[in-house]
Ligand binder design. Structure first.
Ligand code: ATP
Ligand code: MG
Length: 266
């Protein structure tokens, strides 16, 4: 049974305005992003797809405030991002769990770092773990888990302090196809229940259409937004619907864009 206690803070709006990013390297400047603008509504699920090196991870680091913009501006909840943001959760390709801590204590890492009260956070951690099918695994250690279970744990860790924004950079990239489908399905459910704003980077066109309200398709470097597709399909979306024509018209369209760019994906 799913509860609502894990979802007290819902999503925030994000404005990305004419953002440009140039990295200065010893070999000269690298123009990673050029003029990226995007308005994200509170609670929206946005996927970003695009060729390798087009600046997807860069964009995420800029939103997180971990890397400064070269020009333009990013606003989260109407506040300009000028330093590392604390009111968000991040999930990377590898779960990066601490092997000496239990699953529950890994999820509670932010509670310790932020010195938040243990009892309510522990309750939320247990609820989140149950929501992704990990009830009963709280006292296991990461090395006792499968890759999919580790990544589920990482998602719970990113959400335990109840941030309004979740950033995910190819979170399922290291998983096998079957686990990946299942965990994508679980993420959709979690999102439907929590109403967080999600920025999700993926190489999988099917995954992007399955999960998103809108899919942002980027150009090769320097990354620009080529097209933003609104995915007008009812939710919850099911994996067995991905072969249906109303689903494949989106995936075919995105593949066509990549083919026109001379980029192969999937
Ligand atoms: N810290 C950095 N210093 C210098 N150049 C960087 C840095 N980070 C990224 N870049 C460059 O910026 C460009 C965009 O990189 P980024 O990692 O954002 O791409 P990406 O779309 O996430 O690629 P992938 O799909 O392979 O993960 C690349 O050319 C990369 O080499
Ligand atoms: Mg990347």
């Amino acid at each position: 049974m799913l509860t609502t206690a894990a979802a007290t803070t819902s999503g925030v709006p994000i404005q990305i305005q004419e953002v440009e990013k140039v990295y200065l390297t010893k070999d000269g400047p690298v123009h990673a992003l050029a003029g990226v603008s995007l308005d994200i509504a509170p609670g929206e699920f946005i996927s970003i797809v695009g060729p390798s090196g087009c600046g997807k991870s860069t964009l995420m680091m800029l939103v997180a405030g971990l890397v400064p913009v070269t020009s333009g501006q990013i606003r989260i909840a109407n506040q300009p991002v000028t330093r590392p943001q604390t009111e968000l959760g991040i999930v990377f390709q590898d779960a990066v769990l601490l092997d000496w801590r239990t699953v529950l204590d890994n999820v509670l890492l932010q509670q310790e770092i932020r010195r938040l009260p243990r009892a309510p956070l522990e309750q939320r951690a247990r609820e989140l773990l149950a929501m992704v099918g990990l009830a009963g695994f709280e006292q296991k250690h990461p090395y006792e888990l499968s890759g999919g279970m580790r990544q589920r744990t990482a998602i719970c860790r990113a959400l335990v302090h109840d941030p309004p924004l979740l950033l995910m950079d190819e979170p399922f990239g290291a998983l096998d196809a079957l686990t990946r489908e299942q965990i994508a399905h679980d993420l959709q459910r979690l999102w439907l229940q929590t109403g967080k704003t999600v920025l999700f980077i993926t190489h999988s066109i099917v995954e992007s259409v399955l999960l998103s309200d809108r899919v942002v398709v980027m150009t090769p470097r320097p990354g620009r937004i080529e097209e933003v597709l609104t995915i007008d399909l009812p939710r919850p979306r099911r994996l067995d619907e991905t072969e249906r024509s109303d689903f494949t018209r989106y995936t075919t369209h995105i593949r066509r864009i990549f083919r026109a760019q001379g980029v192969l994906s999937e």
